[in-house]
Every structure is written in C-alpha cells, then in structure tokens.
Design a protein around this ligand. Structure first.
Ligand code: ADP
Ligand code: ZN
Length: 600
C-alpha cells in the first residue's frame, strides 16, 4: 500500500512502528518533527482497517488541504467544520453512516458536541488520530481549551484506539498529554528531531535589506518565508521586495483576517514566492516546498526558532535556514522582556534569549546545539549541514582579551555591571571611577588600545559562552563562572567566530543524486501549477518538489517509468502521469542531450 497508494519506496523512521501499533489497536503517543511524515501514519492504517478513522486537527484552514491531499491519493476523506453549509454537513453524515469514509477530519470543538458524539457512536470507527496533541496541555505553548473535551474520548469510546501526534513535547508535556487523553498503556515513540535536509547558518547582520535581496538573487523562484519581529518591518520588507520585482506578501496579526488568509493562500498556491511575516505566521502551513526560512531579526527563543525553521523542507529536499544575527537586536528584545510584569517570567525570558545568543555566537555545530536543546545528543562529530561544519566560519583565539575582561571583574570584586567594567578597561576618566579609586587598579586602562565597542563584543562573547554570568535585577552585576575562572587562570582557552562574507554552500550540490535538471524542473513546476489551478488544490499536493526533482533527474518517458518515481501512486499516475510524461518527452525533443548523463 505504501507503494501503490502513496508511491513511496520505504517508510520514514518510526512510521512503520506507529502504523503497526495502530493496526494492533493499541493506543500510541508519537513525537515526530515537522516533516517527519505524520499524516501517512494514520492515512495508511485508515485504508487497511475497516471503518472510519477520525482525525482531530486544530486548524480549520488546514483541513481542506489535508482532505484534498488524501483524495488526491485516492483515499475517501472528508472534513466537518464550521465552514460547511447544512447540505454539506448532512452529506458528510450520510457518508459516515454508510461507511463510505476512511478519514474524517474534525475540529476539537466538534467533538465536544453531544449530538456529534452520538453520531460517532453509531458509526463504525477504526481509530482516533489526534494531531497537534500538545494543544491539550497547559504546559505546552499552544494550549487550546477546546482540546480538553478530548479527555472524554477514552471514556466514550473505550474500545477504539487513540493515536496522539505532536511535533513539540518536552517530557513534562508528554506526560500531561498522555494523562489528559487517558491513553491506556500507550506505545510511546519519540523520533529524532534532526532534520538532515535543513542547512543551518548564521550570518552577521549588517544592511539586512541588501542581504535579503542578495540571498533571493541566488534563489530565484524558490518559495520561502522571511521572519521579522515587528509589523512595521514586515510591511517595509514586503514593500521593498515588491519594488524589486519579487512577488512577496506581508503577514502579521495587525492585518484584517481576510487579507491574512488571502496572503497565506497565495503563498500556499505558489502565486507569490515569498511571505514576509511575524511569528504569527506558520501554524497552519502544510506547504511542503518551502525552500528557505530567513530570520532577519533575532528570535526570542530556540523553541520558536526551531519551529519556524522547521517549516522549511518538509518534502525532505534540501532547504536553507539562515539567521541574520546582530547584537544590536538584543536591546530590543531586552526592552520587551523588561516590560513583562512578573520577575520569574522575565528571568526565564532572559535565559531563553541567552540561549539564542549562544546558538548564534557559539563555535559549535548548529545542529548539535539545536538537538542538544531538545535533549538529544547528535551522534556524529560534524554534520556537514551547517555553516560551522561546512567550514565557512573562521575561529579566532580570544583568550588574551578575555583575560583582560575577566581580570577587571576579579579586581573589582565582581560587584559591577557592564558599563563600569568597560569604562575601567578602556581607562575612562569618570567621576565614579575616581570615587571608587578604580583608576588606581592595575586593570585600569589595560584595554586602552581598542575601542569600547570591541570590548563590548568580547564581554558578549563571554556571556554567550557562559564564562561570565549576569546576576541581579534591575541592576545586574557581572560574575565569573567556573568556566571564566578557568580562562582567567590560563587553564582554558576561548575561541570566537569570525564569519566570512558570502554564503556557505548548502550541501545540496555536494550530495550525490541530489542534482537535477533545473530547466526541466522549471517546466514541470509550471505544469504542476496549471494542474493545481484546474483541481483547485495547492501545487505541492499534486506532486512535491522532491517528486519533481526526481523526474528532472531520471526523465521518465513512459507511464511505467513514471510509476517508479517516489510520490507517484496509482491514482496520481492515472490523473497526472500522462501530462508529465508528455512534458518531459517534449522537453527532450527540444534538448535531446539533456537526458544523456542520467542514462549512465
Ligand atoms: P508532518 O505532518 O509530520 O509535518 P507530513 O505528513 O506533512 O509531515 O509529511 C511531510 C512530507 O513527507 C509529505 O510531502 C509526505 O508526502 C512526505 N512523506 C511522508 N512519508 C514519506 C515516506 N515514507 N517516503 C517519502 N516521503 C514521505
Ligand atoms: Zn554542523
């Protein structure tokens, strides 16, 4: 069924285990990263078991796409939500009653309705699948009160298995989800959070507008998201891109709901290339061919950053995640944090911000850092999928300068904040300096030969590497950590990164088999768009980028050849195979030499 219906050669990690559990009618709780292939985990068993599988999904905007995608593979599926009219609702009810549906997507508020529960009780159900299950936990970041009604699911349907899925769950949230849903001795599966096809990189942010345009010049016609912190910045960047002839639209919570969903739809359907957005954008984006995610401003925390970058490359084809990092962005977030009313909350936010600064500034494989953040140890020495491992970042030893800063802290008893310490190092002649008699210390003026701005960056680096800690609120003082003591005494060295200008090369071109005929791909992509318009579905639902790349590599000229392409199941072969074969044949007629090398 994996082959015939979905056109895939093999399961992704954990898919088979999850599917077997569902077939054994056992409850299951699965954590899989975005793009891990959750949908298949319930679509496939829904086809193998008798009855209807009920899929609870939080976003009405997504349900239609998911149902379209299932239908495209020949799975009888429908959704039921507030967007349907009475006639459509009774039609779905009828199909449910006569066992004509394999998949029924519903929103959680639907499940809460007593008459709907009654209807489900009379229907033949195969199992329940709960998507975005973390929405049931108050500890999670997307808590939705509507999800709490799902806690009655096992009580009302004791003999129906429940499969809960999420892409984000700490151990604590995981326990909470299992308890709240009342899962019985569930099979728990935690997939690795690694996204091997994503290339992570951080570049110093200078004139970010120019940098964005440069990036886009190298990635013409690729779909992507640009995240900005403020609505104004979103508007400005979107306007700038349009003025340069790039099809871009803005998205932020300040836009009217209608415009927002129109812009999202246009992006989803490849009518525009780029969406410029605040973090309000993303929930409800299933688009699999997002080829890049740029962060033009510093994210507030790693969880958010990971989720946002996770929207790239769901089709498992290479995609870029690029963060433009400037320490100048830190005060803006600090300002935002300072406005939080509660001290505990502020402290957590500061810690999270420091983790992001550490991520951007540390001299450690980005992938290792991100996975470490989710409690996972990356098993390899280098990943070759980040700028650090790809060697585009040069390391400089800054031990001597670090010692100057640490010595200044030590000489003043670790009782002062950054401003005073920097004054001390640069030998500033201030009233405070004289009053404290710090101008008589040996540390006074030891860093006179360099500018204060430079010493600020050294201090920031030490903070990011946790050699120096900030303590106290509202007047934080700098303290030397054990790591800092090691550096001061010469037992440890510190290195920092100096980034080279230009882009690190993503591994796209390096990997064997990942190259493809770009000209042909462009043609297949426009054919896909035409077909998508006819069918009223987003293009990636017809065929993913991965599938088109494969066609542009192996040039299938017959339906038999076409069947071998990953992502071409029987129904899609019937529906679209001929058109695509025709396009490829015509292309080869124009460029007979094109397929030459692939035949080797
Ligand atoms: P998730 O919901 O976990 O983010 P999806 O279910 O949207 O992920 O799947 C992401 C992409 O991976 C889709 O394009 C899907 O068709 C593809 N996919 C899923 N399983 C496989 C597989 N076994 N082989 C190849 N591609 C797969
Ligand atoms: Zn790496």
């Amino acid at each position: 069924m994996l082959r015939t219906m979905f056109g895939f050669e093999a399961f992704r990690p954990n898919q088979e285990t999850i599917i077997r559990s569902i077939l054994d009618r056992r409850d299951i709780f699965a954590v899989m990263p975005t793009g891990g292939g959750k949908s298949l985990c319930y679509q496939l068993p829904a086809m193998l078991l008798t009855g209807t599988a009920v899929v609870v999904s939080p976003l009405i905007s997504l349900m239609k796409d998911q149902v379209d995608a299932a239908n495209e593979n020949g799975i009888p599926a429908a959704f039921m939500n507030s967007s349907l009219n009475a006639g459509e609702v009774s039609d779905v009810y009828r199909r449910l009653k006569y066992n004509k549906l394999r998949l029924l997507y519903i929103a959680p508020e639907r499940f809460a309705l007593p008459h709907f529960q009654e209807t489900l009780r009379e229907a033949a159900l195969s199992f329940f699948a709960i998507d975005e299950a973390h929405c049931i936990s108050e500890w999670g970041h997307d808590f939705r009160p509507d999800y709490l009604s799902l806690s009655r699911i096992k009580e009302l349907f004791p003999s129906v298995a429940v499969a809960a899925f999420t892409a984000t769950a700490t151990e604590k949230v995981q326990r909470d989800i299992i308890t709240k849903l009342g899962l019985r001795d569930p099979h728990v599966v935690r997939a690795s959070f690694d996204r091997p096809n994503l290339f992570y990189q951080v570049r110093p942010k200078a004139r970010v507008d120019v940098q964005i345009l440069e990036f886009l010049k190298d990635h013409p016609a690729e779909s992507g998201i640009i995240y900005r912190t403020t609505r104004d910045a979103v508007t400005a960047t979107a306007q700038l891109l349009r003025s340069k002839g790039i099809a871009a639209l803005p998205y932020h919570a300040g836009l009217p709901a209608e415009e927002r969903s129109r812009n999202q739809e246009a992006f989803n359907k490849d009518e525009v290339q780029v969406i410029v957005a605040t973090i309000a954008f993303g929930m409800g984006i299933d688009k699999s061919n997002v080829r890049f995610v740029l962060h033009a401003d510093l994210p507030k925390n790693i969880e958010g950053y990971y989720q946002e970058t996770g929207r790239a490359g769901r089709d498992s084809e290479p995609a870029q995640c690029l963060l433009f990092f400037s320490r100048g962005d830190i005060p803006k977030i600090r300002y935002f944090i300072d406005s939080m009313p509660e001290a505990g909350e502020r402290a957590i936010a500061v810690e999270k911000l420091n983790q992001v600064i550490g991520y951007a500034g540390h001299n450690v494989c980005r992938r290792r850092q991100l996975l470490g953040f989710f409690g996972e140890t990356y098993p390899h020495e280098t990943c070759s999928g980040c700028d650090i491992c790809a060697g585009s970042v040069e390391q400089v030893d800054m031990t001597l300068d670090a010692q100057i800063v640490l010595a200044a802290l030590s000489a003043t008893g670790q009782r002062f904040g950054a401003g005073h310490i920097l004054d001390l190092i640069t030998g500033a002649d201030t009233k405070r300096m004289r009053e404290l008699r710090h101008d008589r210390l040996a540390a006074y003026g030891t860093g006179r030969d360099k500018q204060k701005k430079y010493w600020r960056s050294v201090l920031d680096e030490l903070l990011a590497q946790e050699a120096v800690m900030q303590e106290g609120d509202p007047y934080p003082v700098l303290k030397i950590s054990p790591k800092g003591s090691g550096i001061l005494s010469g037992r440890e060295r510190v290195t920092a990164l100096r980034k080279e200008e230009g882009t690190a090369q993503p591994r796209k071109k390096k990997h064997e088999g990942e190259g493809y005929d770009e000209l042909l791909f462009g043609r297949l992509r426009s054919l896909r768009k035409t077909m998508a318009e006819q069918q009223h579905v987003p293009p990636y639902i017809i065929f993913s980028d991965k599938t088109l790349h494969e066609m542009s590599r192996s040039y299938p000229r017959t339906l038999e050849d076409m069947k071998m392409i990953s992502g071409v199941g029987e129904v899609k072969l019937q529906r679209y195979g001929r058109n695509f074969v025709q396009e490829i044949t015509q292309y080869l007629g124009e460029y007979p030499a094109a397929a030459g090398s692939s035949r080797a």
